[in-house]
Design a binder for this molecule. Structure first.
Ligand SMILES: Nc1nc2c(c(=O)[nH]1)N[C@H]1C(S)=C(S)[C@@H](COP(=O)(O)O)O[C@H]1N2
Ligand SMILES: [Mo]
Length: 301
């Protein structure tokens, strides 16, 4: 058992009982035993979500630092050194600095969150993450009043990441959230899946998961988090701003310029696959729609 898994195991048992019960209700729902009206706002599942297999989740990935093919990350990401790992938290915070991952984890409350991941390429899968809220980490760093956005950066190590040779994106991979999105209780820093350490291809040792946004917002292998006043640079918007916006909330009524976003291919649904209708905000609208009250979602794609 690795160090990180041990700390997750320990923290699992200190998860407060209400959250734990909710989780069990979910699992019951997933097993088709009826979900009831139990799921609270912090852990709400849109339906009984049936997780994809570990096999699917760890062999069909987007992690362009290791190649643009779906099977490249599983083949090549083992070269990434994930321990020791430092996350720099800087900008408009009371306690800027280089935070060691083990120190972050020592104080983290690890939970399990079963979320649907909806890629902008119109496929989806369901992943049982382990992690803690980004809000809890930002609160530790102390967010200052001038901060309006959070910027994130992935490690960029040419010697470990063969994909950095190709200028597909302006490396390092960068993403960002508005502060209220970052502080939302659904916004997770994932450190594991299926109760194990996060595999490298899924963004080890620590990555963001924002379930109501297209998958590319959920940046992997984070080394820097910066609180700032201005909207951050984001790599995909920079690569093609007509196709990839800053918000990138899942929205079946706003199509990608080159394909429809109304439906999605379900990964792992047998040989011929299957499609499902895409849900507004990927099914998390009850929790997050109010963040965008009065906003034109066609313009702010
Ligand atoms: N650093 C980095 N983060 C990334 C990506 C990437 O290429 N590099 N791909 C994104 C995209 S497009 C998706 S759909 C998800 C995929 O996460 P998964 O492979 O764990 O399912 O990661 C996102 N985070
Ligand atoms: Mo994606």
């Amino acid at each position: 058992m690795s160090r990180i898994w041990k700390s997750q195991f320990k923290d699992h048992h200190v998860t407060d009982e209400a959250l734990y019960l909710n989780r069990r209700q979910w699992m019951a729902g997933a097993a088709g035993l009826g979900l009831g009206a139990i799921a609270g706002p912090a852990l709400a599942a849109p339906e009984g979500l049936e997780p994809n297999s570990y096999e699917d989740i760890t062999n069909y990935n987007n992690y362009y630092e290791f190649g643009t093919g779906k099977s490249d990350p599983a083949k090549y990401a083992h070269t990434l050194t994930t321990s020791p790992w430092t996350v720099t938290i800087d900008g408009l915070v009371d306690k800027p600095g280089d935070y060691q991952l083990e120190d972050i984890l020592a104080k983290a409350q690890i939970e399990e969150r079963i979320y649907r991941l909806r890629c902008v390429e119109a496929w989806s899968m369901v992943i049982p993450w382990n992690g803690f809220t980004l809000a809890s980490l930002l609160e530790r760093a102390g967010v200052q009043s001038g901060a309006k956005y959070v910027a994130f950066e992935t490690a960029a190590r040419p010697e470990e990441m063969p994909g950095l040779r190709y200028p597909v994106l302006d490396w390092p991979y960068r993403e960002g959230l508005r502060l209220d999105e970052a502080m939302h209780p659904l916004t997770l820093m994932a450190t594991g899946l299926y109760g194990k350490d996060l595999p490298n291809q899924n963004g080890a040792p620590i990555r963001l998961v924002v379930p109501w946004k297209y998958g590319f917002k959920s940046i992997k292998s984070i080394t820097r988090i910066t609180l700032q006043e201005d909207q951050p640079f984001t790599s995909w918007k920079d690569a093609n701003h007509r196709e990839y916006g800053f918000y990138s909330n899942v929205n079946p009524t706003v199509d990608h310029p080159r394909w429809s976003q109304a439906t999605e291919r379900v990964i792992g649904a047998g040989l011929f696959g299957s499609r499902r209708e895409t849900d507004m905000y990927n099914g998390y609208g009850e929790e997050v729609a109010s963040l965008y009250d009065g906003m034109d979602l066609q313009k702010n794609y």
